[in-house]
Design a protein. Sequence first.
Length: 302
Amino acid sequence: MTTNLHNLKKLSSTIVALMAAVIISGPLALAAPFVAITDVASYTGSVTSYATLADAQSGTNALGTYAIPDRVTAAPNNTPFRDAAIYTVNDYAPEGSDINILMTAWYYTTVAGNPQSGLGNPNNTNTGFVQLYDDGNDTVTTSSGIFSNLQGGVYTDYHLQVSGSNAGATEFARLWPAATNGAAAATSGGIFHSYELDVLFSGLDGQAVSPGIYRSDLDPTSVTGSFNAIFENTSAGHTGFYTVDFTFGMDSWAVAQNTLGNLNGDVSGSVFVGTVPEPSTVALLGIAGVAGLAMMRRRRQG
């Protein structure tokens, strides 16, 4: 009986190790192709300022925390949200070259003329602004786009994760230089020393378009998640360090104006492409169950 128990423990340890290897090598692998493009989300939250990078990294000696203020616009869109543009492509040629963008969607307008002018758009302000425009994914260290939640033959959820570092002038990095409000764009430039984007999109219809690859062109009906970063403002007169704590929702001014028929042009359509969870982990769990039952039978027989 003692020998059987020892063997069971060894088998369990082996299975756990195999499962860990599958999990670690899977979701955050850069090799898997994916796309996440949408302009229907929004973000809110706060930034906290620090005197040094070390303080920002450790979260100590904060100089102040500043929440994104309400949009300067009429109700019901006068809320502490900003419209978000998310545009990420990794190794998927049908949607173009690799790119990683998270930025304030400032460019929509209700004014006749150029539909990308941002005129009259309450998100077109330095207050609450964020921009990371990495053309080529040069600053990305880990990323993934995974469909899940199979319902009625389609995958309804999509989980986007992107982390990176050292995104600076080449990536047009900008962040609201709080507590300054409404200043010129030149006051918000700098470097994202680190960043993490983690967003769940729901209400999709992911279906297979090629072996192992799924796609949905629906706009999500729910968006949740976060963007966290450490940013250094390098603009003259505004130097300093910030931590970013943003969360996502669906309070989009542009979508609301489009619904009312006021927008000059349309909100860009959403595209989600990715893989689905590998069956390897589930298979290993099955092996663990079968092997464990067999070993328990042997114990009882002994």
